[in-house]
Design a protein around this ligand. Sequence first.
Ligand code: GLN
Length: 532
Amino acid sequence: MAKFIFVTGGVVSGIGKGISAASIGRLLKDRNLKIFMQKFDPYLNIDPGTMSPFQHGEVFVTYDGAETDLDLGHYERFTDEELTKRASITTGKIYSRVIAKERRGDYNGATVQVIPHITDEIKNSVYKAAEESGADVVITEIGGTVGDIESLPFLEAIRQIHSENKPGDVLFVHTVLVPNIPGTSELKTKPTQHSYKELMSNGIKADVIIIRSNGEVSQAVKEKISLFCDVPMEAIVQSSNVDLIYEVPLVFHKQGLDEFILKYLGLEDQEKSDGHWSKMVERFKKAKEEINIALVGKYTELHDAYLSVTQALLDAGYENGADVKIKWIDSECVENNPKIFKGIDGIIVPGGFGQRGTEGMIKTSKYARENNIPYFGICYGMQIALIDIARNKLGLKGASSTEINPDTPYPIIDLLENQRTVKNLGGTLRLGNYPCSLEENTLVRKLYGQEKAYERHRHRYEFNNDFRGAIRKAGIIFSGINEDLDLVEIIEIKDHPFFVACQFHPEFKSRPTKVHPLFDGFIKATKNSKNK
Ligand code: GLN
């Protein structure tokens, strides 16, 4: 039987609850436990797939094709576990399941209510995740902050899980902000006391409190929280500000959090780790050589919109002794400013949707191609590169994607037949894992060191095979192909320091412990060409 850890947030949002949950996952994994992590999001959308990146940040995609909250990216990177659809639950999903059951008549004439029907469905999604994953410990993060109307059914459901399991099988972690009065270093515990009370009014008693604050939390402050919130001193830990997010598990470990949790859950006999995570952190911290990478996109004011791309770049940098500095470039600014790439060692054009900013991206690809600057295109970044090549190398004036210009004379990027009839926007992109065969004698084959890869997708449009011959004549190599669907997955240019673009999202599979080969290759090439 699995044990359960629930992570709630108090006081304010945005204090790193997801990283705290992921760090607990890492610590337990380091004790040889099988972990499954999941996130509950209290909004009514079925998934974040239809939300603007400005609202939500990145949409993370699991291998089985779920569009999810970006915290799942932290979970996968910290625990190196591949998560599934079961890992991302929203109010919208829960309600739609309950309403579908009601329409089928599954409730046998009952009045369908929040308690027990919605709460049962929520509990079910925790128990099913435990069962399917076979995890020793399921860690569930509840999005939002206690006190929000939307999160009440989730809190009620986890209260019930606590009461229907054996004492010691369910642990509640509450993350809080302990603020200081502006202009002083005096830390205030009152918001924590209130948030603790709010949680108690839902029948949940925090077993562990994780504190975020500006500056060191003194013993006296911890004692106060311990007294008011009735949590033992060893279960109050500070999540200090760190240079590298991967240090957080180590910060928790130093304060004995893993020992406390294991003892609480009756798992204290678990073997200790080989310390590879802390060795990795030490190695990463030594990376010094600065390299400047331009990230060109249309959501650059919100860095969270590119979270996994950024993290994969940083991790690949650290692994190669480089401290990657990201220069955020709004693609609309590229259009009339050729000097924008001064001092840039490599360029990445990540995923995106819609027409705005695409002319600047096409200019970016041309610039990188003609000036031998390493270029890495991801999803839209590959489509954009192909449009650049069609227009500027083949002279196909007005070449475009039908997403950008439905009337283009040269639809280099277009919808496949099965996408033309799609009516609903939600959940209908090409999503999740697809195979990609890596052609012999290509750069990517060398980078991967294998014949076949499985990579995660999230897009609607594809390279139009009618143009394969022409694009090939322009010197482009189709180095990755989905043979089942006959689709181009990766392109590269031979006589260029690094010009590689892929239709999938390699960032979702990159791990600090296992950097993705394409990110690794891109960073190596960038370092090389910088030093030339
Ligand atoms: N907008 C493009 C498509 O739908 C690319 C999507 C992406 O970059 N994720 O095909």
